[in-house]
Design a protein around this ligand. Sequence first.
Ligand SMILES: [Cu+2]
Length: 301
Amino acid sequence: MLRLARSTTGRPLARAWLVLGLALIVIAAFSAVGWAQQPHPWQLGMQPPATPVKERIHFLHNDILMPIITIITIFVLGLMLYAMVRFHHRRHPIPTRTSHNAVIEILWTVIPVLILVIIAIPSFKLMYYMDRAPDAEMTIKVTGNQWYWSYEYPDQGGLAFDSNIVEDKDLKPGQPRLLEVDKPLVVPVNTTIRVQVAGIPDGVIHSWFVPSFGVQEYAMPGRLNESWLRVEREGTYYGECNQICGINHSRMPIQVKAVSKSDFQTWLAQAKKNAGLTGDREPVLAAAPAAGSATSPAGNR
Ligand SMILES: [Cu+2]
């Protein structure tokens, strides 16, 4: 049967393999060229890491979980194939009436538990690592509104602004649709930044999610959540609200520009000047729309 299939369809099969191989090479090339801070067509795997947290997430996923999952999958597939061949009705016409086997039952209970314990150890270590930064150099407060984000720099003179999506008709060449915003969050590279995330009173739950940073934090009304990031490469990073939050859920993207420390100071001075902030602890978001009452005076913790 197999020989027959090979002799009659040998060439088309070889061609199919060739096409599949070429397709895989193209996909691999795309994912390498992408060096993505945003999703790309035909992307495989996660976006490349820009923070130590995301690097550890990649390690846990690629180097710990994937090998374990692969071994389990191959083992189960092997068992199934063995059972299908060995106990085929032609080879094994009279089925056994075995219903219990104490040794096997203990094994298939204990071994999965051990595997879960092995997985739990690095998972918990990572969870505590990404939870908060004890040595943060600055703080950014993120507020989820319906439907846009507000950003505050409470320890940088109280600068605060809203960040809204750029509509399709206003997009400039090269700007990604549904990801570009009018005022991106700007952060300095190689700086440990505490990110506080909150929702507005009477608002809904959002989630501030930037894949390359490994940060995904709920923006809850009445609650202050915390995460942290330390961007290691300059660049523009995109994310989205990833908590289904209502009609414009898809229209509250996140854009973060990571710049050098000196460029950050230049930007900060200019942004404060534009906002009319002259000294510290100025009232913030004076011109915010009604829904933006979310933000509290700068510097409060
Ligand atoms: Cu949202």
